[in-house]
Design a protein around this ligand. Structure first.
Ligand code: AQP
Length: 361
């Protein structure tokens, strides 16, 4: 926990506050999660989400989760899921998530996520959930035989993740905007049905420049764990793979380096990655490559990515070499997360009429 807050660490009301209301915190809370659906995260996950997570830690009370219940929607092998939970947590830590500042935990270790999902299911319209574009895209790819109720319900579980921590901000990439809107709608619905203060209405924190890192082979699509393998840069890729992927990235027609996302989306994607990793503006990069060819830019960018990811790979390996320490960090994080989640779930469940009534506020 960071800075000064009127809320106790578990967000219980301070003395003199109504027992059945969210505690007003001076320090805003951020929540986000990433699915353990691959052994390595990719550059889109890092630039779109994880980088913001790390930056928020100094100003926000941060809660970050390896969302393994979400990963069940792609039917992983049990052993692969266990391995990826640890690998994903190790990558959060290697990227700079600090367990002394932030709560870092595995979603399935806090039972209130599944419990609150049920309550929210009973407030979510079937048509409303069916309009989620990610569900439509994924279910089209899977075909009717492969689509589960879990995949359909994914955005409701995500709303539960966020509302359980009274989160004000949710750092995510552009692809999660619609899901975030549903979380906001459900929070507002809880407040209008059961009274203001039942739920905190969250805001998406989406950084425009890195909101959508594109697939290197298919620049119209987002870089994705389930995309074309040659279109992804995995954070744990060895240097030779990174160099090969960047050199073979699709860069549209033409040879000059310029910023034109509509006509040259492949090149614009490389410029965006370059800018995000070096902190330079796109204009400065374009000016520096005046008179040079795409090949020069790709060669330099490959070096920049290799150098940026080398220490990350080393730190991840160190965390993975000590699974007992990793498990201890996650177990302590789960205890801290559950303290908050139990209080918020209790408040919401009571308003639904579950369990004994609390004394009036
Ligand atoms: N290409 C991207 N650009 C920017 N942000 C991205 N994110 C994902 N891809 C990009 C952000 O990363 C976080 C973690 O996402 P997730 O693992 O929970 O699920 P996802 O969005 O489905 O990620 P993937 O890797 O792209 O997986 P699949 O293949 O399943 O679609 C989120 O904040 C997301 O916005």
């Amino acid at each position: 926990m960071l800075g000064v807050s009127t809320a106790s660490p578990d967000n219980r009301p301070a003395a003199g506050q109504a027992p059945n209301a969210p505690a007003p915190a001076l320090v805003k809370r951020a929540f986000s999660g990433i699915q353990p659906t691959a052994d390595s995260l990719h550059l889109g996950n890092y630039l779109g989400a994880l980088k913001q997570w790390v930056a928020l830690q100094d100003d926000y009370d941060c809660v970050y989760s390896v969302v393994d219940l979400h990963a069940l929607t792609v039917s992983p092998e049990p052993e692969a899921l266990r391995r990826r939970v640890r690998a994903t947590a190790a990558q959060f830590l290697a990227a700079g998530v600090d367990p002394d500042k932030s709560i870092l935990f595995v979603q399935s270790q806090v039972p209130q996520h599944a419990q609150l999902t049920w309550l929210l299911n009973c407030l979510t319209g079937f048509g409303e959930a069916g309009r989620m574009t990610q569900f439509k895209d994924k279910s089209t790819k899977l075909g009717s035989q492969g689509v589960t109720v879990g995949l359909f319900d994914y955005p409701v579980l995500m709303a539960a993740d966020i509302l359980l921590y009274d989160a004000q901000v949710v750092p995510v990439g552009e692809d999660q905007r619609q899901h975030l809107e549903l979380s906001r709608t459900l929070a507002e619905r809880l407040n209008s049905r059961f009274g203001e203060g039942t739920a905190q209405v969250p805001e998406a924190l989406i950084v425009k420049a890195t909101a959508k890192i594109h697939d290197l082979q298919e620049p119209a699509a987002k870089m994705s764990k389930t995309g074309h393998p040659a279109g992804i840069i995995e954070l744990l890729d060895p240097p030779e793979v990174i160099v090969k992927r960047i050199k073979s990235a699709v860069t549209d027609s033409g040879t000059e380096v310029r910023w034109n996302p509509e006509e040259q989306p492949g090149l614009a994607n490389l410029l965006g990655i370059y800018a995000a990793l070096t902190g330079q503006s796109v204009e400065a990069i374009v000016a520096a490559y005046e008179g040079k060819m795409y090949g020069h830019l790709k060669q330099d960018l490959a070096q920049i990515v290799v150098e940026a990811l080398a220490p990350f790979r080393e730190r991840t390996a160190l965390y993975l070499a000590d699974p007992a320490q990793l498990d201890a960090i996650l177990s302590s994080g789960a205890q801290r997360a559950e303290q908050i989640a139990a209080t918020v779930y209790g408040r919401m469940a009571e308003r639904f009429g579950l369990g004994p009534e609390l004394p009036p506020a």
